[in-house]
Design a protein around this ligand. Structure first.
Ligand SMILES: [Zn+2]
Ligand SMILES: [Zn+2]
Length: 61
């Protein structure tokens, strides 16, 4: 049995565009609904892209 994906551990990807945001000044916050850790890159933050929580489906600006 292999675990190819570990959710929420060392996974820093922009919630909107999916790029790796580790080492950048990406915004980092918890989902207001379930507390899932969410990252958003500076570019998407600037464009105010909507995000959708991968855990509970909460959508926010
Ligand atoms: Zn992004
Ligand atoms: Zn959530």
């Amino acid at each position: 049995m292999s675990q190819s994906e570990r959710r929420g551990f060392r996974s820093q990807r922009c919630i909107s565009c999916g790029i790796d945001v580790s080492g950048t000044n990406a915004a980092r916050f918890d989902c207001p609904d379930c507390g899932h850790l969410i990252f958003r890159c500076a570019k998407c933050r600037k464009q105010s892209n909507n995000y959708e929580c991968p855990d509970c489906g909460f959508r926010g600006p």
